[in-house]
Design a binder for this molecule. Sequence first.
Ligand SMILES: Nc1ncnc2c1ncn2[C@@H]1O[C@H](COP(=O)(O)OP(=O)(O)OP(=O)(O)O)[C@@H](O)[C@H]1O
Ligand SMILES: [Mg+2]
Length: 234
Amino acid sequence: MITIENLTVKYGGVVALDSLTLNISDDVVGLIGPNGAGKTTLTNAFSGFAPVTDGKVVIDGVNLLHMAPHKRACWGLARSFQKVQVVDDITVADHLRTVLTANGVPRSARNARMSEVLDFTNITDERDTLGADLNPFQKRMTEIAKCLIDRPRIILLDEPGGGLSEGEMQHLRFIIRETKSRFGAQIIMVDHDVDLIRDVCASTAVLDFGKLIAFGPTEDVLRDEAVKAAYLGR
Ligand SMILES: Nc1ncnc2c1ncn2[C@@H]1O[C@H](COP(=O)(O)OP(=O)(O)OP(=O)(O)O)[C@@H](O)[C@H]1O
Ligand SMILES: [Mg+2]
């Protein structure tokens, strides 16, 4: 269970998150809202990259905001970025090794972990390929493999479907649906693709101007008049 209570983030005069309160328990939860609504800011607040002025994020009884940002990954928080963060001049395996090393995963477990996530994300053949030579799907999968490899408690995905073809989206859906049972992690996923959200998220939260305007079973939320109005209003 993730409990977000009165979470507030301000950038000067912009209130990017305005006293957000939300309890999340489903395995895959969607986070949607118009551009600038505060979705990426929420993922940044979890991982320690946003100026939180008030509130709590409590996961398994621990207030994440009391933990130094660099300790949150080892504790069990993983994230991907809206703009893919794959480095050109190192291989896929090197990307994964950086996580294993940074998080202190025992050497004896590293090879098995790597094979498992490469297989799951469908990039086994790209293990020794440089970041620069990966296609957009393989880059996305490398980021997701980095998220999975240390078996986190929570994974935050910021627009993982951006730029993928329909066939590639099928694989992304499979990964998102299977993550909890195979790797034990709960997913919070930001995306603008309503079909993807509908397909994989049991519940969905909607932000607008930093405020929660709807939360509940995804189908109900997508039918909500206030949600439709927020999208049409921009
Ligand atoms: N580093 C920053 N400095 C100043 N303002 C910021 C910063 N990051 C976000 N903001 C502002 O906070 C608000 C929320 O931005 P955020 O990036 O969280 O939106 P979003 O919902 O992820 O939008 P999008 O769908 O376009 O990715 C916006 O008004 C944005 O301009
Ligand atoms: Mg964003």
